[in-house]
Design a protein around this ligand. Structure first.
Ligand SMILES: Cc1ncc(COP(=O)(O)O)c(C=O)c1O
Length: 366
């Protein structure tokens, strides 16, 4: 079993404000008179009402459900994930920070891939961890996190945690389920695997028994930012063992997910057909975007996400294309990490496919 820091393994810390929704559940009845939590319950909210309407204002007054039960219940019912293996927070980013806060002390080593989703390294450094970066496995048509090297490094560095985005950003690479199981088995027993599945919903095989499995020693992260289109409202979830989630709850910012966000997520989750329609459209556009880029002679990386990565002959060329497009008000992504300076990432939105939109890239590859 991976370890938790000593300061969390005793009784506390205990959340002093679990909130009225949690209290109602503990008591098994409604509390109609809110006279004690110092919210601005009598604010008229004329301006807000005029701007956003009554329905939104109703969600502005009170602190949210610190346990996000409505959202968790829907995720559990729809995906067959046990309710007590789900924790909701303000997006996958918040969950990365929360996972680090729960398992990593300042000075401990954490391992990730050099050039992968950089927020992990940013938060790890901010937490005082020693970030060890492992090069991607690169070959023609392949840019993949190197699982064997990650596991070796975890042993060599006595790492507390290994981070893997799967599917990966920015490469788009997907390691299959067996590879993830092998990685977990190859890690030191006391090392966590932080498995960032922000792009999970775009996998062709998103709905398998593995997708809903609670994996020992693994903290899985997902988000409603991508397939559910809710990035601005900030909501995501973790799938992990209940004991792990109990530790995360000890250090979680309890009202981080607003009442409005939870209500909006419940509405979106109650209409899964719209999310399915969106995912199908993204997959179709991803295919068209990849074909278009291949047609330009670009080396297109296989992607299981909502974007397509391409590898250019040099970082210099990629830098020039990125800048020239930005000068024209067109923002594509180029990883800041020097190891991936030759990679560009384009989101599979219709705007990217408008004829002439990426003319600068077409000219650069000619
Ligand atoms: C791999 C990965 N993890 C996490 C996130 C952040 O997701 P959220 O909006 O849920 O914080 C992103 C967003 O681009 C991402 O690419």
């Amino acid at each position: 079993m991976p370890r938790f820091p000593d300061h969390l393994t005793g009784d506390g810390p205990t959340n002093p404000f679990p909130g009225v929704r949690v209290l109602e559940r503990r008591l098994g009845r409604k509390i109609p008179h809110q006279l004690g939590s110092n919210e601005g319950l009598d604010m008229p909210h004329r301006a807000l009402r005029e701007h956003f309407g009554d329905a939104m204002v109703q969600h502005a007054y009170s602190y949210g459900d610190a346990e996000a039960l409505g959202v968790r219940q829907r995720l559990s019912d729809q995906q067959g994930i046990p309710l007590d293996a789900l924790l909701v927070d303000a997006g996958a980013d918040s969950l990365i920070a929360l996972a680090l806060r729960t398992v990593a002390e300042p000075g401990c080593a954490v391992v990730g891939t050099a050039g992968t989703y950089p927020t992990f390294g940013y938060f790890a450094r901010g937490q005082g961890c020693r970030l060890v970066e492992i090069a991607y496995n690169e070959a023609p048509g392949r840019l993949a996190p190197d699982l064997d090297a990650l596991a070796r490094s975890a042993h060599d560095e006595n790492a507390r945690l290994v981070y893997l985005a799967n599917p990966d950003n920015p490469s788009g690479h997907l390691h299959d389920d067996d590879a993830i199981r092998r990685l977990r088995a190859a890690l030191p027993e006391d090392c966590w695997l932080l498995l960032d599945e922000a792009y999970h919903d775009f996998r062709e095989d998103a709905d398998t028994p593995f997708a809903r499995e609670v994996l020992p020693g693994v903290i899985r992260l997902r988000t409603l930012s991508k397939a559910h289109g809710m990035a601005g409202l900030r909501i995501g979830y973790t799938i992990a063992e209940p004991e792990t989630l109990a530790m995360m709850m000890k250090v979680r910012i309890h009202y981080a997910v607003s009442t409005l966000t939870q209500a909006a997520a419940e509405v979106v989750l109650d209409h899964p057909e719209e999310t399915r329609e969106h995912i199908a459209a993204v997959l179709e556009r991803r295919k068209r975007l990849a074909e278009y880029l291949r047609g330009l002679g670009a080396e297109v990386l296989p992607s299981d996400t909502n974007f397509v990565g391409i590898r250019l002959p040099s970082a210099d060329l990629a830098g020039r294309v990125h800048k020239a497009l930005l000068d024209e008000g067109k923002l594509i992504a180029r990883p800041a990490h020097p190891d991936l300076g030759h990679v560009l990432r384009i989101t599979a939105v219709e705007d990217a496919l408008v004829p002439g939109r990426l003319k600068i890239l077409e000219e650069a590859l000619r």
